[in-house]
Design a protein around this ligand. Structure first.
Ligand code: AMP
Ligand code: FES
Ligand code: ZN
Length: 312
């Protein structure tokens, strides 16, 4: 496996070690997970989040999965199936929230009713429900499978629009506070090609198809542009993203903290918001769903990992 940005090539065992090392280096550098903490890994059934869950479990982290059923037809059925199959094979705990069953709406219909593009309604629902599930379950952090390609593409989009509020929130670890659990992205040192290879080598079955609602999504265009640059100059993507983290992100921390100061609990769901009713509760209302005030019903697959709880 050739990794051009590191000017390196690995055999299978060394490649797996490389992936684990990149994750533990990231976890340590950004103080993402401390010994004995409980982590909720948001698992979509795709290569990134399954690789992340696998790496954390192998490292002895007390890591449960969280799968969100978005109600996107066959795509959701297939992705939920992959998350459940992995949890079962691994004997790991999987929390499940199903938008249609638990909240009375799905992303395609909900987004149309709320006059939002599906990816925006979906992103909003994910951010809200990941945090709510982690707060209610007493987890210390939510981990997502965002990789280097994802983060560099989001950064490019934010820079093209000079969206300072989003840039301020782009750090791979956002601290807990004011109703939020810590949010961490331990895969930012791995590209999507690497996470796919990791799953293939470990025999992890993941959903290959992209979400059918993401066609024409702006981020796919940013990814293609960055891939073209990376092809000509290997290492550009990492230099762009890590240069931002080193030189620009630290100057934006105060603004991001200030933004959090104006938050208060949403009167319906209790999650932090700047407006009267939080954006998620507004979406649920417009989509004709059920208010999310009560604790969510959650399913479980397999027992908690008995080897969990050791430090990374
Ligand atoms: P995406 O927003 O689809 O690029 O996914 C980014 C990350 O969000 C994934 O790596 C997962 O950690 C998480 N995620 C996406 N979809 C789901 C889902 N349906 N259930 C749980 N986590 C998800
Ligand atoms: Fe959210 Fe496709 S996964 S719109
Ligand atoms: Zn709310």
């Amino acid at each position: 496996m050739e990794v051009r940005r590191h000017n390196a090539a690995f055999c299978s065992p060394c490649f797996l070690r490389h992936c684990r090392e990149q994750v533990s280096r990231t976890v340590e550098a950004f103080d993402m997970i401390r010994p004995g903490e409980r982590v909720l890994v948001a698992v979509s059934g795709g290569k990134d989040s399954l690789a992340l869950w696998d790496i954390l479990l192998d490292a002895g982290v007390d890591a449960a999965g969280l799968y969100l059923g978005l109600g996107i037809g066959d795509y959701s059925d297939a992705s939920g199936g992959r998350a459940r199959a992995y949890a079962e094979a691994r004997g790991a705990h999987l929390v499940e929230i199903d938008l249609p069953a638990d909240l009375g709406f799905d992303i395609p219909a909900g987004a149309a009713a709320a006059r939002r593009v599906p990816c925006s309604a979906c992103g909003l629902s994910k951010r809200h429900l990941f945090n709510k599930a982690a707060v209610e379950g007493g987890y210390d952090a939510v981990a997502t499978g965002h990789n280097l390609d994802d983060e560099a593409a989001v950064l490019l989009g934010n820079v093209l629009r000079w969206d300072l509020a989003y840039l301020g929130r782009q750090a791979p670890a956002l601290p807990a506070g004011a109703g939020f659990v810590r949010k961490v992205k331990p895969l930012v040192r791995l590209s999507e090609r690497e996470t796919a290879a990791y799953c293939v080598l470990k025999g992890i079955d993941y959903i290959v198809e992209e979400c059918p609602m993401s066609a024409g999504n702006r981020h796919l265009g940013y990814k293609e542009a960055l891939n073209a640059i990376e092809e000509r100059s290997p290492g550009s993507k990492a230099a762009f993203y890590f240069g931002f983290l080193e030189r620009v992100a630290p100057t934006m921390v105060a603004a991001a903290e200030e933004e959090r100061e104006g938050l208060h609990p949403c009167p319906v769901c209790g999650m932090p918001t700047v407006s009267e009713l939080c954006a998620f509760c507004k979406l649920v209302e417009r989509a004709g769903g059920r208010p999310a005030g009560r604790p969510l019903r959650s399913g479980r697959s397999g027992p908690a990992d008995p080897a969990a709880g050791r430090p990374l």
